[in-house]
Design a protein. Structure first.
Length: 321
């Protein structure tokens, strides 16, 4: 699970330093604290990095309570956290207010899926998506779902599956428990992440109607047990553009040649025509990678070979902004 990032701003350096010393001394590895008494540096940090909890003086302009903003006040009994209290009391109240904000504004975090899709049917699409899952699983709770036709998944993982995406979508319409419990009962686990295998028969894509597919996406967004959902997309998925519109990012791997470049460009034009102008689309020009399809343990080969190096460079580039 991701750590909670806390940013503290106050024009009194001793107050900021005192809280930071206390929180770092009692840090259980689940929080990361940054402190500022220079307003410009603080605002630049928030603009570039953001934070889950922002602690600022009462009257500060620039954030709202529903955005995780919590105030300290010099007036005892006023709104916000009284500034002249013991550090442990301030921290307890800080997390208490943060929890109340989450409940009151229904912040039950919604998961916007990360989509991997290649309009030129690049052979590196699924290796990239699975390697992305392995790397993101080092910090996040990751669910990978393969929605590709003829994915060859049993060959990749060298095993047979007794349940797949078609069973999952069918179960959504009949299961009365939580979506997290359903995923837990149907997903497989490997290399640190959970996954639901693709349909054995691609024609099953059309057995579920648009309503079932729309429910599938809504349920995925409501997951609480996962930080990241990666959808390895095929072109036959009903509600294809709706999935892209609701994604947090779309990675588009392709092999560099003039034909594939033309196909990618046409796909981007199609996205605009489909009302997906706001989709965060990233073209990934995949370099030649020799020997990544040799051997039986393909996942290990991808993770620690050229594909793993490439995926880690993509993630680092995104992290660096």
């Amino acid at each position: 699970m991701n750590r909670i990032e806390i940013a503290i701003f106050d024009e009194t350096p001793d107050f900021v330093k005192g809280l930071m010393v206390y929180m770092n001394r009692h840090n259980d590895g689940q929080t990361e604290v940054s402190g500022f008494w220079d307003k410009e540096k603080f605002e630049r940090y928030i603009e570039n990095h953001g934070a889950d909890i922002v602690l600022v003086p009462e009257g500060y302009k620039g954030c709202e309570p529903e955005e995780g903003c919590i105030y300290v006040t010099e007036n005892e009994g006023g709104e916000g956290i009284y500034k002249y209290r013991a550090a442990d009391e301030i921290i307890r109240e800080l997390f208490s207010q943060y929890d109340r904000q989450a409940q009151n504004s229904h912040i039950a975090k919604r998961v916007s899926p990360v989509v991997v899709y290649s309009p030129d049917r690049c052979i590196y699409q699924t290796p990239f998506a699975l390697t992305l899952a392995m790397n993101m699983a080092q910090t996040d709770r990751v669910l990978y779902i393969n929605l590709c036709e003829n994915a060859g998944f049993e060959g990749i993982l060298q095993m047979k599956f007794d349940r797949d995406v078609s069973d999952f979508i069918y179960s959504l319409g009949h299961y009365t428990g939580s979506i997290d419990s359903l995923v837990s009962s149907m997903a497989y686990v490997t290399n640190g992440f959970s996954y639901i295998p693709p349909m054995q028969n691609s024609a099953d894509m059309y057995l579920a109607g648009r309503e079932e597919w729309a429910a599938f996406i809504e349920k995925i967004e409501a997951l609480e047990s996962f930080d990241t959902v990666i959808l390895d997309m095929g072109g036959m998925v009903p509600c294809f553009y709706e999935v892209l519109r609701r994604s947090s990012a779309v990675y588009m791997p392709y092999i560099a040649n003039s034909y594939n470049k033309a196909r990618c460009e046409q796909f981007e034009e199609t996205l605009k025509a489909g009302g997906c102008e706001g989709v965060l689309l990233e073209r990934l020009r995949i370099p030649d990678m020799e020997n990544i399809f040799l051997g039986t343990d393909m996942l290990t080969c991808w993770q620690w070979g050229d594909m793993g190096d490439y995926v880690r460079s993509v993630l680092k580039r995104k992290e660096d902004g």
